[in-house]
Design a protein around this ligand. Structure first.
Ligand code: NAD
Ligand code: TYD
Length: 377
């Protein structure tokens, strides 16, 4: 029997991790600890909410006393920490909330785990604190290419993987941190605290840094669900700058699979990069998305391209992210299971089949947020 707290389990990635663990490990007790901010939605977990090995607790990760009480009450052996403020645009408008949730919240989780585990006779034996982070802490990569070859060009990762890239450099586990946005600065700071708790107190910690996720249940302020919904509603598609920025996209269920593998088999104090070997320029990805949604809705192919609207660029917009996840493949055997085209088709189909989920979010109070967010773009 293992008792595991998953923080942020009502959010996008967290809900997939909770679902995977609850279904795959009936003898584990999964405690989903979430404050239910604007991004937390219990509708993401409807299919598992009645399972006997699942408990939901509404709590704030910044509330140290409550977290410590929960650790004691549920005899917690493991923490998988995903709760965070996660949207770069919001961090530009309101950096304080990001410092509070991502830095103080992570510190409070670490300190509560430490107080509880150090009070036990076995101390840290059989315990694990797994912190989920982002590739954005590494900063931004250049777009470079071998002479005479236009990007994207085929390159080979150290795991032997062939893939298309927009530059010759990648983020490795050894890449120096160089965050640019308040979001990535707060995540970088939280990563440092996690490693400090290992080095100072001997806490068994693991950190992973993952690339951009996409798939079902993503809050529609992020590129892919926002654009699917706007195409459906014939609303403008706000492309930041020239749409030239590059991101490395991973299907969310593959991220959840990686978290499962690393939680069980990862080495204490290690860092693992998780990525899709799947770089896309925003504008090219948007065109694939338009084609897929138009096809699904029976619109003439590409007709929604007229919705593309170039808007003022995001401040400090990182040019390119690209993860080399060879370490994870070589040491633990994980690799993405889905090709991008298949993942996008599944994702579009899911949002179109679950319009009620989307409409419940985009109606009411969120309307004002969207109006405010795009008012001056
Ligand atoms: P999300 O915004 O969809 O969900 C965040 C969840 O955390 C929500 O359920 C929210 O209610 C909860 N939360 C926020 N503040 C809280 C608090 N103070 N106490 C308790 N719960 C709180 O985020 P996501 O996209 O699922 O990301 C999850 C994690 O993965 C984050 O740590 C993020 O930095 C990281 N990550 C995300 C991506 C991505 O592409 N989305 C990529 C790499 C890493
Ligand atoms: P996003 O989904 O916000 O993820 P992140 O900022 O963490 O990479 O954005 C993905 C890319 O899409 C990023 O380069 C910004 C761009 N983008 C737009 O062009 N328009 C939009 O409306 C949004 C939300 C993002």
């Amino acid at each position: 029997m293992k008792n595991i707290i998953i923080t942020g389990g009502a959010g996008f990635i967290g809900s997939h991790v909770v679902r995977l663990f609850v279904n795959k490990y009936p003898d584990y007790h999964i405690i989903n600890l979430d404050k239910l901010t604007y991004a937390g939605n219990l509708a993401n977990l409807k299919d598992i909410e009645d399972k006997p090995n699942y408990t939901f607790v509404k709590a704030d990760i910044c509330d140290f006393d409550t977290i410590l009480e929960l650790m004691q009450k549920y005899n917690v052996d493991g923490v998988i920490h995903l709760a965070a403020e996660s949207h770069v645009d919001r961090s530009i408008k309101d950096p304080f909330t990001f410092a509070k949730t991502n830095v103080i919240g992570t510190l409070s989780m670490l300190q509560a785990a430490r107080c509880y585990w150090e009070s036990l006779p076995e101390k840290y034996e059989g315990k694990r604190f797994y912190h989920i982070s982002t590739d954005e802490v590494y900063g931004a990569l250049e777009m470079t290419h071998p002479e005479g070859i236009e990007p994207p060009f085929t390159t080979t990762a150290s795991s032997g993987e062939h893939h298309l890239a927009y530059g010759e450099e990648f983020f490795y586990e050894t890449t120096k941190y160089n965050p640019h946005s308040p979001y990535s600065a707060s995540k970088a700071s939280s990563d440092h605290f996690v490693r400090a708790f290992h080095d100072t107190y001997g806490m068994p910690t693991i950190v992973t840094n993952c690339s951009n996720n996409y798939g079902p249940y993503q809050f529609p302020e992020k590129l892919i669900p926002l654009f699917i919904n706007n195409i459906r509603n014939r609303k403008p598609l706000p492309v930041y700058g020239k749409g030239e920025n590059v991101r490395d996209w991973l299907y969310v269920i593959d991220h959840a699979r990686a978290i499962d593998t690393i939680f069980h088999d990862g080495k204490i104090a290690e860092t693992y990069n998780i990525g899709g070997f799947n770089e896309w320029k925003n504008i090219d990805l948007i065109k694939v998305l338009i084609k897929t949604v138009d096809k699904a809705l029976g619109n003439p192919e590409g007709s929604s391209e007229e919705l593309i609207t170039y808007v003022t660029d995001r401040a400090g917009h990182d040019l390119r992210y690209a993860i080399d996840s060879s370490k994870l493949k070589n040491e633990l055997g994980w690799e993405p299971s889905l090709q991008f085209e298949e993942g996008i088709e599944k994702t579009v189909a899911w949002y179109l089949e679950n319009q009620e989920w989307m409409d419940n979010i985009t109606s009411g109070e969120y309307e004002n947020y969207y109006k405010d967010m795009y008012a001056n773009r």
